[in-house]
Design a protein around this ligand. Sequence first.
Ligand SMILES: Cc1cc2nc3c(=O)[nH]c(=O)nc-3n(C[C@H](O)[C@H](O)[C@H](O)COP(=O)(O)OP(=O)(O)OC[C@H]3O[C@@H](n4cnc5c(N)ncnc54)[C@H](O)[C@@H]3O)c2cc1C
Length: 498
Amino acid sequence: MNANGKEKIVVIGGGIAGLTAGIYALRAGFAAEIFEKNAIPGGECIGWNRKGYHIDNCIHWLTGTKKGTEMYDVWSKVGALSDDMQYAPIDAFYISTYNGKSVTLWNDLKKTERELIAASPEDEAEIRKFIQAVEYSKQCVFPAGKPMEMWGIKDYINMGASMKDFPKVMKEFGKISLEEYSKRFKSPLLQRMICDYLPKEYAAYSFLVSYATMADGNGSIPMGASLQMSLRMEKKFKELGGVIHYNKGVEEIVLEGGNATGVKFADGSFVEADYVIPTVDTHILFNKMLPAKYMPAELKEAYDAPKTYPATSGFQVAYAVSTEFKRGETIFIEIDPIRVGNRSFSRMYVKAYGYDPVCVKDGKQVIQTCLSQTDEDYEYWKSLSKEEYKSVKEALVREVSKRIEEAFPELAGDLEFLDAWTPLTYERYMHAYHGSYMSFVTTPGGKQIKMKGQLKGIKNLYIAGQWTNSPGGLPVAAASGKFAIQRILKKQRRDINL
Ligand SMILES: Cc1cc2nc3c(=O)[nH]c(=O)nc-3n(C[C@H](O)[C@H](O)[C@H](O)COP(=O)(O)OP(=O)(O)OC[C@H]3O[C@@H](n4cnc5c(N)ncnc54)[C@H](O)[C@@H]3O)c2cc1C
């Protein structure tokens, strides 16, 4: 209990899940305190400044920007979005190029269909099927009303009715990888387009759903960049009376007789809690804060099989270039192979952030690229000495710059290097498992992780965060924070509608 006689919820981690849990806790009448190891909120939903430029490092699309969806309701209640929010004026998911030709995945699916057929008439039948599958995938709307274990028959009937065609997508694309799917197309350009956005091991349906979310206007990018969204949520939390402590990393969750009594810090101090909601990476949770024996079997299975449940991270580089550079916001290019970590890449993208004034300064805008990295790449980076790490990074930046200048000759001499970061950056900054900034990748061989958030043997601990529901991401993180509070309310036999 706090001084006002309210039950106190301690939240570990001030990322999107932690801030959402804190805000919903306050909405439900609890006292809430968040402990965050870093100096700012947001966790992986952040950005930072270099040489006066803002590097936005999260939102490529935000599921739940469409009014009327359950996720929009969550984003509004936590102060992330509001009805007068401005969104980035982006009309396409991305552009893929190959051998001097290009195709664009427009938000307008009919336009995409026409363009793809014109680029590869021999693939017409497969293109029409692709567009149909994306159209069906628009029905796959993230359910953020309440945790699924609280669903009744009516909820299932409603979902069945609103998603009546989506099972066809899952049947055909749920168990094949993007790489396999791409082979159905004859055109080398279209094959590349299918594998460009997500790692090629991902189940094909995840790509269809991602594109559908953009095409449906439910995956826009709020102007002002990712960190600003986290700061809006922090403001909301404080306005409602929440307390957030920065630079205060939790060492341990203290257990007594099947209860979590509070949290302990490196200096030995202890903060008492009626409920504890950890939102940190589950690898840290079960290897540091709680005894490993509490790890649920489905998580253990995933950590033990990294090929089936890969982590996803990146080697990323940011530059400032003239705002005159505009070839579409996100454009994929063919490159001379480049080795990053343990893998070689022949494709790479450039994303231009000039659409947001926050990422523009003195006539220059930030551009970024990300070469995806996974578990064995993380091991590679980890094996380097401090000096090797620095020199490998510098050499890679030179190689990446060369590839960009080759693809975009107008940028030769104009690239001003701002920053480069690796999976180890995510590990250091957020304690992210293998540097992964999403949860486990959904591969055709793996099961989706769906944790109910409670652990056998601990009564008042409710886990939230993106790792509770693969493949993670911002909506999963936020919904998990809300669900943790609803689970507490349910246990207290209170109304869960917040
Ligand atoms: C480059 C990039 C692009 C992305 N693009 C998208 C996108 O377009 N759309 C999308 O939906 N998602 C995207 N994501 C993923 C999204 O950012 C994450 O899924 C989400 O932010 C995870 O939120 P979380 O609260 O679950 O976890 P986290 O953000 O990891 O929050 C956990 C918090 O716990 C803190 N912490 C760790 N250890 C301790 C400790 N011992 N004590 C106290 N605090 C601790 C961490 O510092 C962190 O703040 C992207 C991420 C990155 C990095």
